[in-house]
Ligand binder design. Structure first.
Ligand code: HEC
Ligand code: HEC
Ligand code: HEC
Length: 108
């Protein structure tokens, strides 16, 4: 019942049950902290907060057209500036643009 309420729709219950039952559920949909070697003068690695986005979007807003449901290669700023990856939304219209570096590149 709890899963049904959380997921809202019957067809999703099976998927949700499998996700809730999956080991590491608590971290699976949490914040994604990218890793990259960054010197002191560089932007620190970016992070992606899943649940902040889930407030507005269903999974399929991003999966799998924009991102696979698994960790892959780090996104690049060049792709974002062309409106791909995070830049599909972070374009100054749907969400804040990629010129506000420190909103994504946060020192941990
Ligand atoms: C909407 C979120 C977001 C914003 C805003 C953003 N970035 Fe990024 N950036 C990312 C993500 C995600 C990555 C991939 C993970 C990483 O390397 O930190 C990345 C990667 C990078 C990289 C390494 C890869 C590459 O493409 O060179 C640099 C350097 C970088 N960002 C600089 C910046 C600077 C400078 C700004 C501001 C002008 C900025 N970013 C704004 C999300 C963002
Ligand atoms: C706003 C976009 C967005 C939405 C909405 C979204 N995700 Fe993601 N998801 C991402 C990004 C970005 C990644 C990281 C991909 C990468 O590292 O290449 C990711 C990664 C994942 C991963 C792999 C995590 C890991 O650490 O291996 C899973 C599982 C996942 N998402 C499930 C979901 C589910 C389930 C939903 C809906 C409840 C959802 N996502 C909604 C963007 C989104
Ligand atoms: C489907 C659209 C969409 C995609 C794709 C997307 N975002 Fe967002 N993101 C939003 C919206 C909408 C907001 C909230 C509106 C705003 O603050 O402008 C937001 C907010 C954020 C925030 C601020 C969270 C907070 O606590 O205020 C960060 C950080 C962020 N996104 C990073 C990313 C990164 C990194 C990626 C790519 C890996 C990404 N987003 C991809 C739509 C998206």
């Amino acid at each position: 019942m709890k899963n049904r309420i959380l997921c809202g729709a019957l067809p999703l219950v099976a998927l949700c049950l499998s996700l809730f039952a999956a080991p590491g559920w608590g971290t699976t949909l949490g914040d994604i902290f990218y890793s990259r070697d960054a010197g002191p003068a560089d932007q620190p690695p970016a992070y992606f907060p899943h649940w902040v986005h889930r407030i507005k979007y269903k999974c399929y807003a991003c999966h799998d057209a924009l991102f696979p449901m698994q960790r892959g290669a780090n996104p690049t700023m060049a792709a974002m500036e062309k409106g791909a990856s995070c830049g599909a939304c972070h374009n100054g219209k749907t969400a804040f643009a990629v010129d506000t570096c420190q909103r994504c590149h946060v020192s941990q």
